[in-house]
Design a binder for this molecule. Structure first.
Ligand SMILES: Cc1cc2nc3c(=O)[nH]c(=O)nc-3n(C[C@H](O)[C@H](O)[C@H](O)COP(=O)(O)OP(=O)(O)OC[C@H]3O[C@@H](n4cnc5c(N)ncnc54)[C@H](O)[C@@H]3O)c2cc1C
Length: 285
């Protein structure tokens, strides 16, 4: 068993934003047993548990996380059976999208540019181009707070726009997805289009956490931030991207810079448009 609990582990390197302080306790899970062990370890000590995938949708505060982080990117494995896919929590979404395309299976190409894992993808109901994980998820296998593995049907996970009942309901260790047969050339063409679109419109190679705010009904957060004159606006070492205003770029700042920038942008957009932007990323307070 590889369940070694480490203490005081810096989290910034495990996030795409590269910000924030350490986890008090940290487990690098490679098996479901490691996850069960971590949950029980935390329970015995009354610690909060935080599952972490690729860290592409989180902002860790400078003070870090005063609990136990279970990192899941090394919980890997994918089994294809007809149009069904059983994938472990740490499988990267872009990899599965490309494997699906090679098999003539459609449904995951929409998340080919989402740099997250299956666990984070289901937890955030990740999506793009009008599709989301909800469209392909059949059921999820989660480790609950008592350390038992439970099966939750899609309907039990309250999947909605960039939201679900995970990780509240437990830590996803595996998911069953159902894809649809389609022409491999068509799926590959969509993949190329989606990736090219991203490169054109998003700060793809910078240190970001993706979109900071949810799009309000009928509008785009990026458009509102741009129209409020905030493209390029900076607090400390974190700035609003000039390429896509709903992305913040870390240019050597702190998590506190990012939090203050979030607050400033929300206030300005409210002053100008009367719209309250809702934060999309998870701030691990
Ligand atoms: C450049 C860039 C582009 C992006 N584009 C998109 C996009 O087009 N569409 C989109 O939806 N998102 C996008 N994102 C955001 C992000 O990639 C997705 O939300 C992704 O699904 C998060 O997965 P993750 O593994 O990184 O999760 P993390 O960031 O590690 O975690 C996110 C949340 O999920 C929880 N979680 C993680 N793993 C598990 C698990 N196994 N069980 C239970 N809970 C878990 C965490 O506790 C946390 O609350 C983008 C991000 C970046 C950096």
């Amino acid at each position: 068993m590889s369940s070694v609990v480490r203490e005081n582990v810096p989290l910034a390197p495990y996030t795409t934003f590269r910000l924030g302080g350490p986890a008090r306790y940290f487990v690098n899970a490679r098996t479901v047993d490691d996850v069960v062990f971590a949950v029980k370890f935390a329970r015995e000590r009354g610690l909060r548990v935080l599952p972490l995938g690729a860290g592409s949708d989180v902002l860790v505060p400078d003070s870090g996380f005063d609990g136990l982080v279970v990192r899941l990117v090394n919980l890997r494995g994918a089994v294809w059976n007809g149009n069904l896919l059983k994938a472990m929590a740490g499988e990267p979404l872009p990899k599965l999208a490309k494997e699906g395309a090679a098999r003539g299976l459609s449904g995951l190409e929409y998340v080919v540019g989402v740099p997250g894992t299956v666990g984070g993808g289901v937890a955030k109901n990740a999506g793009a181009h009008g599709r989301e994980m909800k469209d392909v998820l059949v059921e999820a296998y989660v480790v609950d707070e008592d350390g038992y593995v439970r099966t939750l049907k899609r309907e039990e996970l309250s999947l909605s726009y960039r939201s679900s009942s995970l990780p509240r309901e437990g830590i996803l260790v595996e998911a069953l997805l159902k894809l649809r047969e389609d022409d491999p050339a068509q799926i590959r063409r969509r993949i190329e289009e989606f990736l090219a679109y991203r490169e054109r419109t998003q700060p793809w190679t910078e240190r970001t956490a993706g979109c900071m705010f949810k799009n309000p009904p009928g509008d785009y957060a990026g458009r509102l931030i741009d129209m409020a004159g905030l493209k390029g606006f900076r607090i400390g070492g974190v700035k609003v991207s000039e390429k896509h205003a709903n992305f913040f770029i870390n240019e050597g700042g702190t998590a506190d810079d990012a939090i203050r920038l979030i607050e400033h942008v929300r206030e300005r957009v409210f002053e100008v448009f009367g719209i309250q932007l809702e934060v999309e990323i998870e701030i691990l307070r």
